[in-house]
Design a protein around this ligand. Structure first.
Ligand SMILES: [Fe+2]
Ligand SMILES: [Fe+2]
Length: 188
């Protein structure tokens, strides 16, 4: 049985590339059906990638003692909240509104959309682990700052897992979804 598990995938599975072959990524920006709504959706993905980068890089800097602990804590709280809340909202909208619209337009890609929904469920677990690690860190920062360094490896691991997940999920999602939108002239 084919596994579409995000940890095993190297990219969008071949059998889901039916339209991607006709609408390769380099043609998207100049395509007349590449609507503003689609560009905004991809911009949201770019923001998630940047937030993941910030969290990992900040933690690396703190480990190298290149950042003040107070500054790290305030950035972690700000950017961490932004990442978790916005990703939950984004996934909820995709699962309940966007993907059903795409499935109705082109039922050939049902399996691919199900694969992306399974990714979202997996992401929930990673976000929970990240939230727990961040809350533990921020609580120690208030109560017992000298113990915060011990929490940093767990923070780094949680941040890197999210970054890896986002790299794979967002690229595969765009490769599946944008060709459907362009082909069926959706969201224009
Ligand atoms: Fe998604
Ligand atoms: Fe998305």
């Amino acid at each position: 049985m084919t596994t579409y598990d995000i940890h095993a995938r190297q990219g969008l599975p071949q059998e889901m590339q039916l339209l991607l072959r006709d609408y390769p990524r380099e043609d998207w920006p100049g395509h007349p059906n590449f609507a503003t709504a689609t560009q905004n959706w991809m911009r949201a993905h770019q923001m998630f990638r940047q937030l993941g980068d910030i969290i990992v890089k900040d933690t690396e800097k703190l480990l190298e003692k290149e950042m003040e602990t107070e500054r790290y804590a305030s950035r972690l709280s700000h950017y961490g909240n932004q990442l978790v809340n916005n990703l939950h909202g984004h996934h909820h909208w995709e699962d309940h509104s966007f993907f059903p619209e795409l499935e109705a337009a082109d039922p050939r890609f049902l399996r691919g959309l199900e694969m992306l929904e399974t990714d979202h469920t997996e992401m929930d677990a990673l976000l929970d682990t990240f939230t727990d690690a961040a809350n533990r860190y921020l609580q120690l920062e208030r109560l017992s700052p000298k113990d915060t360094r011990e929490e940093l490896p767990a923070m780094l691991k949680a941040g890197e897992s999210i970054k890896r997940f986002l790299d794979r999920h967002l690229a595969d999602e765009e490769d599946l979804v944008v060709p459907i939108i362009l082909h069926h002239k959706l969201r224009g």
